[in-house]
Write a protein of this length. Structure first.
Length: 590
């Protein structure tokens, strides 16, 4: 599939530490899984893997994302990096790009340095020809600091999606003015606070089903630069004998927050009354707001570092209860906490239920939780073929169907948090490849990283990643945050005739962005489910147009939309290869 800049496409054709938990995979189990996967892979018909090419620099995404030191990281605030987004901020149907940014300790401390020389959030407008224009100055993004996560949604219902950003320091709510500019309305909205917090994952969510987007904000931990220990100077400040930055274990826990949208541009703190703040002693990171138990009320899953992850079940009465333990998503199958980083949400086995893929630290596997229904999950990591994926620290992730064969694949990015270690242990490089596992359609995945092009195999120290179709050619591309480098834009050069369908929602009674809605596409006896998310991957945001691969099918038998207010819309005999725009309730009038 081709689109846009022909010269770019022609080029593509030519061309666990002691403070983070982990588990070792037994040799026998790993070999057994590997042999099973090999047999399964060879029983499948041959297909051409999509080739990914990094075109970021040629496309105009040239500004580096600065985050802490390059050769060493003195403190943990330099290590975690930040997210980014495919973000159609101007509603023209083309994915623009937004990248968060960090800073260095020297820049952070130098209050006299000119603001123009400091790194900020950057916004790039899609020129519809494979290139982007930097419109940061017009947008008004000037804040510098250690940014973490972002969430996107139309909190005021004016038709333009707004932006919330978490920081180590103070968070920011940017109102999208609809004319290419943004206004910081944090204080006016009631979201400012005294002191310093380390905001991490965040998500807009209509938890009370009143049609207004509320806001969930996680906090990673409490960190004070004035009192922070130096590398190697504490119990949790070394890795394999090498002095490194301290934490997270040993650092004070923080708490999570929930703000109710009052419908007048302001928010009220309901963290206590909702039960959100009652879950403590966690290091929360990425967030996904999804109706996992399909009861019509959106829940919250939070990946947590070195501690049990959280599943806040929405009790449908304004309160939440953490049911992660009984649901099977708090720990791995050995009952151990993992260093939860990023989240990929999708329906890998096509049973119409939303599953969870969670990334972790090196010497540990990622985890794949299969949704068994009624809010229960099963750890199928080893059976699915991820038992050997232990070499890298893993971050942003997703379940995009990169080859449009109708089976969601798994993609994630990697990068070490300790640049110092590589000098002693070459087997732990600071920069690593991306990871791509192809869905074989039988519950198993094949590692096709080495076969998927230089955009996947070239090493970087990455954190956030986002999935979307920036060139509108019908396949899924990937945007990646790289530490102290410009971002990567991995164009998917897919060369097959598979069909696809995109679904773009607009809420009426539900929130206008459609966040929290679940869409199920049915072909024959098979279903594919996806959810509209405000945050996904690692601190990042995907294209809001849900992308479904259809294989050789030229239509979907039906498309069901389960809106967050409880209504269901159904369309039948939907033709392939289109962006299907659904406005809540309009299908009932046809």
């Amino acid at each position: 599939m081709k689109f846009g800049n022909d010269s770019i496409h022609e080029e593509a054709r030519r061309g666990t530490n002691n403070n983070r938990s982990g588990r070792k995979i037994g040799f026998v189990a790993a070999v057994a899984v590997g042999l099973t996967l090999f047999a399964a892979a060879n029983s499948q018909p041959a297909t051409r893997n999509p080739q990914f090419t990094d075109i970021a620099v040629r496309a105009g995404l040239t500004q580096p994302i600065i985050y802490g030191g390059v050769e060493s990281k003195r403190y943990i605030i330099e290590t975690n990096g930040c997210g980014l987004a495919f973000y159609d901020y101007d509603n023209d149907g083309w994915m623009d790009v937004l990248t968060l940014n960090g800073t260095t300790l020297e820049q952070y401390r130098d209050r006299q340095e000119a603001a123009s020389s400091k790194p900020t959030t950057r916004l790039y407008k899609n020129n519809r020809n494979g290139t982007f224009t930097d419109v940061t100055a017009k947008a008004g993004f000037t804040k510098t600091g250690f940014a973490s996560g972002l969430s996107i949604g139309d909190y005021d219902g004016d038709g333009f999606d707004d932006l919330f950003v978490t920081y180590w320091g103070a968070n920011v709510l940017y109102r999208n003015n609809g004319n290419g500019t943004f206004t910081d309305v944090t204080k006016r909205a009631g979201l400012d606070f005294e002191g310093i917090r380390w905001g991490s994952g965040c998500s807009f969510i209509d938890y009370d089903r009143d049609g207004d987007l509320d806001l969930f904000v996680a906090n990673y931990l409490s960190f004070d630069l004035k009192t922070a220990a130096e590398p190697g100077k504490g119990a949790n400040c070394a890795w394999k004998g090498v002095p490194v930055n301290c934490g997270p274990k040993g650092l004070p826990f923080a708490r999570n927050w929930l703000y109710r949208n009052e419908g007048n541009g302001t928010f009220t703190d309901v963290s206590e009354t909702s039960g959100i703040s009652k879950v403590f002693e966690r290091y929360p990171m990425s967030v996904a707001a999804v109706d996992f138990d399909e009861d019509g009320w959106v829940d919250l899953y939070v990946a947590c570092d070195s501690t049990a992850s959280i599943l806040y079940r929405n009790n449908a009465n304004g309160t939440f209860t953490d049911v992660a333990l009984e649901s099977g998503v708090a720990y791995n199958e050995d009952g151990q906490p993992q260093a939860g980083m990023g989240l990929g949400i999708g329906d890998f086995n096509r049973d119409g239920r939303l599953d969870i893929f969670k990334t972790h630290f090196m010497d540990d596997t990622p985890v794949l939780y299969q949704n068994s229904g009624k809010g229960l999950f099963e750890d199928v990591t080893l059976a699915a073929g991820f038992g050997r994926a232990t070499k890298y620290i893993s971050w942003g992730a997703g379940m995009p169907d990169v080859d449009n064969d109708g089976w969601p694949d798994v993609f994630w990015v990697t990068g070490n948090v300790y640049p110092e270690v590589e000098k002693v242990f070459k087997q732990y490089p600071h920069r690593g490849p991306r990871q791509l596992f192809r869905n074989l359609g039988n519950g198993r995945f094949e590692d096709v990283t080495a076969k998927s092009g230089s955009g996947v195999t070239d090493p970087h120290s990455s954190r956030g990643c986002a999935f979307g179709d920036f060139d509108n050619d019908g396949d899924t591309d990937v945007l990646v945050m790289n530490m102290n480098e410009s971002p990567s834009l991995l164009r998917n050069d897919l060369a097959n005739d598979n069909h696809w369908l995109k679904v773009k929602l607009t809420g009426v009674k539900s929130n206008r962005t459609g966040l929290g809605a679940r869409v199920v596409v049915t072909i024959g006896e098979r279903k594919q489910a996806q959810a509209v998310l405000s945050q996904t991957s690692y601190y990042s945001h995907d294209d809001l147009r849900l992308h479904f691969g259809l294989g050789d099918k030229t239509k979907a038998d039906r498309v069901d939309v389960f809106w967050p207010n409880g209504q269901t819309d159904t369309l039948k005999d939907v033709k392939a290869d289109q962006v299907l725009k659904i406005r809540e309730g309009e299908t009932l009038k046809k």
